[in-house]
Design a protein around this ligand. Structure first.
Ligand SMILES: N[C@@H](CCC(=O)N[C@@H](CS)C(=O)NCC(=O)O)C(=O)O
Length: 204
């Protein structure tokens, strides 16, 4: 059985929930009480010494980090298109996983942590990082439907949640029209699941 150590409002956990659902894999959720400090308990630190969610347990194989979990699920259960078998496309996917863990984590995701959860951050730097990465992704999606190649991959899954949650970080994501069109393509995929706080079409 697959167990996801999870927190409902975590976009990193949502990446994993998305792929599990899109692959139609049965799994159970084990909620982690981050507010209560459960992630620092000796038992939890054995799963992830960094004291973070998500962690995936697949019949005794324990994997930490949302990007690493996407790689595992894609390779183990997904195959093409989630895990293509040519070097060039795999490298492109790795580049976007890295962007998710760096620029997106330090831009849109950090702004959300500040506005939604009240953490003190270097606001100007996070805003600058967010503006740059959103501009790059929007221009990238001007000429293609998906981040890598001509079909969905784990690159899209890794990048999507914190862009869709960007309004909670005070970002006007609707200005990025190519990103919005890409949101709609992702939301039309079989198995798509949403989470609270994600951008929605405004109906006046
Ligand atoms: N690089 C990690 C980052 C995970 C992360 O930042 N998790 C946050 C929730 S979104 C967390 O567990 N925070 C608890 C803490 O740092 O105490 C990943 O992608 O999984």
């Amino acid at each position: 059985m697959i167990t996801l150590h999870d927190m409902t409002l975590s976009g990193n956990c949502h990446k994993v929930r998305l792929l599990l659902n899109m692959l139609a894999l049965p799994y159970q959720i084990q909620p982690v009480n981050l507010g209560g400090g459960e992630q620092h308990s000796p038992e939890y630190l054995q799963r992830n010494p960094f004291g973070q969610v998500p962690v995936l347990d697949d019949n005794g194989f324990t994997i930490r980090d949302s990007q690493a979990i996407l790689v595992y699920l894609a390779k183990r259960y997904g195959g093409v298109p989630w895990w293509p078998d040519d070097a060039y496309h795999l490298a492109q996917i790795a580049a976007w996983l890295s962007t998710a863990a760096n620029e997106i984590a330090n831009g849109p995701a950090l702004l959300r942590v500040h506005h939604k959860f009240g953490r003190d951050i270097d606001l100007a730097r996070a805003q600058q990082t967010a503006d740059k990465v959103l501009g790059i992704i929007d221009r990238h999606l001007q000429s293609q439907d998906w981040l890598v190649g001509d079909t969905v991959s784990i690159a899209d899954i890794a990048v999507y949640p914190y862009l869709a949650l960007a309004p909670e970080g005070g970002i006007t994501i609707g200005e990025y029209t190519n990103i919005i069109a890409w949101f709609q393509r992702i939301r039309a995929l079989p198995g798509y699941v949403a989470m609270p706080g994600m951008w929605q079409v405004q109906i006046n």
